[in-house]
Design a protein around this ligand. Structure first.
Ligand code: MTE
Ligand code: MO
Length: 424
């Protein structure tokens, strides 16, 4: 079967492959970002592949992203789109501002009435298939705000470049999810003594069109699956889940790479081994167990599965490229998160890290949600400044200033976020 190719894939092949084009693309990205946040209009002709606004790319992506008009499309087949940093300023991410990361083709016209979730696997004692109504009736409901960050968020910064969607900072969200605890459902079915891991199955289709292939089927160790906040959810921000985010049923496991939060959930297997579904092996969502020099080819058996995501922060106000009055106090706001841990402190700098000012940090509304920070700074005069933010987690681990640990697929870049400010 011939694989259909997406618009962005063709664009990438046509231009972005050579290092010269790569640096030009990056220069354009930065320039256009600055221009667009400074209020300039985003002339379509100027935009590099990574920055086509969703609204303008409607034709390429079908109508699926019409509900997310502010996102920047990275790919249209499968659909991948990220959120500009200054649009992640809400404490609860609105659905329209949630990044979209698809590995395959989402199911269409899903019917919650006939939807089924099958619990199986080698280590389940009593396999059972649930309707959504049965899940809702049988188990207690819980709502948590959960932070989901794609393992590849920040990939665009790795050198040599890593293949895949060139996420800059926008593959993170923290919305409210409602459903039942995965633990309650698994315990109802009986967790056998040989249980090691869970693996999910979703209703999306592989890009090749081969029905025997899953686009993605990932999982987590039992310890993560059994946490209070691990949900099988049917609601997102108090509405039925949006079709792009996994309607009508989804696994949500905050703090770990977004890829473990299976969308369009049709099955969960309790495995007697580390789950070996699609994108659990090779270089997918795995990093070298031992750090390697940039560009190294790493053998499969030297790669380890990513678990909790590292501490990170994002400046969501002001937008990069803003012009401010030199005598005014500059209000800075953002979000910080730390995988399974909490964030202990955030500091900001306006002098390239020479001095740091502690930010006010809010507690998380619940475990595995991001935390808001804010700070007020005065700039010493006119000129070009950068605002940097740096978070430290509850184990005293802090964000690196520069891109850490090169790895073949460009995961886990938690380098400090920085924005440009011009004082006049
Ligand atoms: N069934 C299924 N689940 C999936 C995916 C997918 O392609 N298919 N993508 C995963 C990845 S890699 C991420 S980062 C998150 C993205 O969630 P969102 O699109 O709702 O933001 O969903 C995860 N769950
Ligand atoms: Mo992801």
């Amino acid at each position: 079967m011939r694989r259909q190719r997406g618009f962005f894939e063709l664009l990438a092949d046509a231009g972005d492959a050579s290092p010269a084009c790569e640096s030009r693309r990056r220069w354009l990205t930065d320039t256009v970002l600055l221009a667009s946040v400074a209020g300039g209009s985003r002339a379509l002709g100027l935009l590099p592949a990574g920055l086509l606004p969703a609204a303008a790319a409607g034709a390429a992506s079908g109508d699926l992203l019409a509900s997310h008009p502010e996102l920047e499309i990275l790919n249209d087949r499968p659909i991948n789109a990220q959120t500009p940093a200054h649009l992640l300023d809400d404490s609860v991410t609105p659905v329209s501002r949630m990044f979209v990361r698809n590995n395959g083709i989402p199911p269409e016209n899903v019917d919650p009435e006939t939807w089924r979730l099958a619990i199986g696997g080698e280590a389940v004692l009593k396999p059972h298939t649930f309707s959504i109504a049965e899940l809702r009736e049988r188990f207690e409901w819980h709502t948590y705000q959960l932070q989901i960050e794609c393992g590849g968020n920040g990939r665009a910064e790795f050198r040599p470049p890593a293949p895949g969607n060139q996420w800059t900072t926008g593959a993170v969200s923290c919305a409210r999810w409602t459903g039942v605890r995965l633990r309650d459902v698994l315990e109802f079915c009986g967790i056998g003594p040989s249980a090691v891991y869970i693996g999910y199955r979703g209703a999306d289709r592989h890009l090749s069109g081969d029905p025997a292939k899953a686009p993605i089927s990932r999982g987590v160790p039992m310890s993560k699956a059994l946490e209070d906040e691990s949900l099988i959810a049917w609601a997102l921000n108090d509405e039925p889940i949006h079709p792009l985010h996994g309607a009508p049923l989804r696994l949500v496991l905050g703090g770990w790479p977004g890829s473990v939060s299976g969308k369009w959930l049709t099955g969960i297997d309790i495995r007697d081994r580390v789950h070996d579904g699609a994108k659990m092996t090779g270089t997918a969502y795995r990093v070298p167990c031992e750090a390697v020099a940039p560009g190294t080819t790493v053998a499969d058996d030297a790669m380890c599965i990513i678990e909790s995501m590292p501490v990170k922060s994002l400046i969501t106000h002001p937008a990069s490229g803003v012009t401010v009055d030199r005598s005014a106090t500059l209000a800075i706001r953002g979000q910080a998160w730390a995988g399974d841990r909490s964030v202990a402190e955030v500091a900001v700098s306006t002098n390239f890290g020479a001095t740091w000012t502690p930010a006010k940090l809010a507690p998380a509304p619940n475990r595995l949600a991001w935390q808001r920070f804010e700070a007020s700074v005065r700039l010493p005069g006119a000129g070009y400044y950068e605002v940097w933010a740096r978070a430290t987690d509850s184990a005293s681990v802090t964000q690196p200033m520069l891109v850490p640990g090169w790895n073949p697929k460009g995961y886990l870049n938690n380098a400090c976020h920085r924005i440009a400010v011009q004082a006049v």
